[in-house]
Design a protein around this ligand. Sequence first.
Ligand code: HEC
Length: 115
Amino acid sequence: MRFVVALLLVSLAAFAARADDKLDPETGLKIAPNWELAAAQCGGCHSHQLVTAQRGDREYWLQLIRWMQRTQNLWPIPAEIEEPLLEYLATNYNETDWGRRPPLPPTLLPGVAKQ
Ligand code: HEC
């Protein structure tokens, strides 16, 4: 019986650790170093949820920022802000962090002619 209780406590602790990602209630952003930069820079035109729904490495986030600057009127972000911001995005919203399986390749989708 004592063993079962211990096991229960250990699994509860593990569960609590997983749920430990603290989210800012206002933006939904993960609270981690430099999250305030994303809160300030990335919610003016669209919901922060557009950010938290994406995953990518540093290059992905950099190209996305450049794309928004080229085509969506995103303002220039000074390097001393952009660097830590990219670090935050690539660390907390990286490509290995999907909460669900990646999309199926087109060849596995229904209705695609066999090649
Ligand atoms: C000046 C306005 C503006 C700001 C500020 C802005 N964005 Fe965007 N962003 C856009 C627009 C416009 C779109 C396209 C929305 C759409 O297609 O509905 C977009 C799209 C996106 C997308 C979706 C890309 C996709 O593939 O669907 C992501 C992710 C994103 N922005 C992240 C960010 C991040 C991170 C920041 C902060 C560095 C940021 N945005 C700041 C204007 C902005």
